[in-house]
Structures are given as structure tokens and as C-alpha cells.
Design a protein around this ligand. Structure first.
Ligand code: GLU
Length: 317
């Protein structure tokens, strides 16, 4: 009789530190590949020879390698957390204002918005994140304090904060985001003042965290909505499953298909070079390396996640 394949979810089968060490060695050989996101001037100076990776297991254990404690600009990784907050505030009503389909277009594209009458394709494109920002502004007394408290509680790190220089740089260079927000407003799909929505959006993008913080911050999505760092039920198990689904189909820009093919995990990337991912029922994880590929995903980060899922068998497929 054919023997059943080994269960990759049995973590005692893997030497996770050894696997991370191998990945770190491989990635270091490739330092310099990819381009940093220079369309936001303050991100242009980040050195490319950086790589960090952290795993946050459900029992609270952390495995990490490389520059896993170096803070970086989380950028669009924050869209996972603001989606969670927006869903908490208005539930499924959110989906009347933003869709949950992959876009096939770049994260800052305006093209679909006119065809689709101001309803962004998904909450992980900039346009969709502006809707979540608007919902949060409408539903929480102090939106900024709420987001900051959320990030600190999810990561278990009370020192998580924002980088004012990055927020300023985005404010000064975010012409496309300004256009997008005004365009959505013209379809009556923003309730708050456009500038307030943009300011909140720039603030969320300017959050500074390290790989360990970020791996912990998405761990609730691996644990049926329960956050290990704070002991709080952040969302329902169904909510976590749904957010993971949107990450899988739309979390890595217009390379989500390619990402599913090579990595096979729900993930969200940001132009600061971070990628947060989820192995459902097993762990939250984060990789960071600032050089990006042509779609805006961390080139070496994607490689590291590919190697990780292949070495462990921990992909959802
Ligand atoms: N702050 C960036 C922007 O608005 C976020 C892009 C990203 O990380 O996907 O363009």
C-alpha cells in the first residue's frame, strides 16, 4: 500500500533555524538584485544589502535570521491591518464600496476606477486602501490612535511608531494618490475630507516595524483570528479565512498569480521591501529585502518565501 505523504504541519519534522540559515546564505549571494522604490524619495536611500526573515509560531515561539530586527517602512503591509479594522467596523457592508477581485493592474493604477464607477477592485490596491481608510476615519473616534494601538497590540511591541520623514515624503510625492482619492470622491465613495483620508493613508504606510513585529502582527490570521501577543480575538475564524483569501488573490500586486505559483501562501507585500505571509493554522511570517522586482514585490523576499515553502512543504497547495 502507498504510504501517505509526511504532514508538513508537524513542525517537529523541520529544523526551522537550519532552513532559515540556508535561505539567508542563498539570499546573501544575490544582494544587489532588484531596485528600491525611488518614487517615494525617502525610500530611495535604503541599502539593498539587507535581508531579514522571522516566523511567529502559534505557541509564541519566534525563529529569525538576518536583519530581522531592523525596522523598515511597512508601506502596504498595513493594508492587511486596515482591512481588518474596516471589516470590524462595518462588516460585509464594506464590500459594497470595494470589491474583492484581483486586479491584474499595478497597485497605483487609475484605469479600472472609471470603468467600475469608483469601486476599487480590492482593498489591497491603493484605491481600495483609501476606502478602508475612509471607513476607519468614520467609525473610530481617533483613527490614528486606533491604528497605532492595533499595530502595537498585534505585534506585542509598544514601541511601534511612524516615520514622519516617510509620511512627509509621501505627502509631497503622492500625486497619483491625490488623483485617485479625488476620483473616488467624485463617485461619492468617500465620506471624509479627501485630505484627511490621504493623511491617514500616508500615516499607515509610514509605520516602521521589523520582521519579528510583522510576523507577530499577522499571526492572528493563522490562528482563527486570535492574536497570541495580546490574547485578543481580533476577528472571527471566518473573518481570518476571508482576509487570507483576499491576500492570496490580491496581496502581491499584479503578480498574485505568479506568487501563488511559486510561494502558495496568503501574503501582502509593500514597496518598502517587506512581505508578510500566513501559513494557516501554523504561523505568521515576514521577510524583508528592499530590492523590488518590476511588479513592486521584494525580489529576494519572494525568493526566500519560495525556498521556505518548498523546503518545508508549508504552502496551502
Ligand atoms: N505608500 C505607497 C503608495 O501609496 C504604498 C505602495 C505599496 O507599498 O504598495 O504608493
Amino acid at each position: 500500500m502507498r504510504k501517505p505523504p509526511p504532514n508538513p504541519h508537524d513542525l517537529s519534522r523541520h529544523d526551522l533555524d537550519d532552513i532559515l540559515g540556508t535561505i539567508n546564505e542563498e539570499v546573501r549571494q544575490r544582494f544587489g538584485e532588484g531596485e528600491v522604490a525611488d518614487y517615494i524619495p525617502s525610500l530611495a536611500d535604503v541599502p539593498k544589502d539587507r535581508f531579514g526573515m522571522a516566523l511567529a509560531l502559534l505557541d509564541g515561539k519566534i525563529h529569525e535570521v538576518g536583519h530581522s530586527r531592523e525596522r523598515f517602512s511597512i508601506q502596504s503591509l498595513s493594508k492587511v491591518h486596515t482591512l481588518t479594522l474596516a471589516l470590524e467596523a462595518v462588516g460585509d457592508g464594506l464590500w459594497r464600496r470595494v470589491d474583492r477581485e484581483p486586479s491584474g493592474d499595478p497597485f497605483n493604477s487609475l484605469i479600472q476606477l472609471e470603468h467600475e464607477k469608483g469601486i476599487p477592485r480590492n482593498p489591497f490596491m491603493n484605491a481600495g486602501a483609501l476606502i478602508c481608510a475612509d471607513v476607519i476615519l468614520s467609525n473610530f473616534d481617533d483613527a490614528e490612535a486606533t491604528l497605532l494601538a492595533f499595530m502595537r497590540a498585534r505585534s506585542g511591541n509598544p514601541e511601534v511608531g511612524t516615520d514622519e520623514a516617510v509620511a512627509k515624503s509621501e505627502r509631497e510625492s503622492g500625486h497619483r494618490n491625490v488623483a485617485m482619492a479625488n476620483f473616488i470622491r467624485s463617485y461619492d465613495n468617500l465620506d471624509n475630507d479627501v485630505q484627511d483620508v490621504l493623511d491617514f493613508y500616508y500615516l499607515q504606510c509610514s509605520l516602521c516595524m521589523d520582521c519579528v513585529d510583522l510576523a507577530r502582527s499577522v499571526q492572528y490570521l493563522a490562528d482563527g483570528g486570535h492574536c497570541g501577543a495580546s490574547g485578543v480575538q481580533v476577528t472571527t475564524a471566518e473573518g481570518a479565512t476571508r482576509i487570507n483569501s483576499v491576500m492570496m488573490t490580491a496581496g502581491t500586486y499584479d503578480a498574485a498569480g505568479d506568487f501563488a505559483y511559486y510561494v502558495g501562501l496568503p501574503a501582502k507585500s509593500g514597496v518598502g521591501g517587506g512581505i508578510a505571509a500566513v501559513v494557516p493554522h501554523v504561523m505568521g511570517l515576514c521577510v524583508w529585502s528592499p530590492g523590488l522586482d518590476e511588479k513592486g514585490n521584494s525580489l529576494l523576499g519572494r525568493y526566500a518565501l519560495h525556498r521556505f515553502t518548498r523546503m518545508t512543504g508549508l504552502s496551502v497547495f
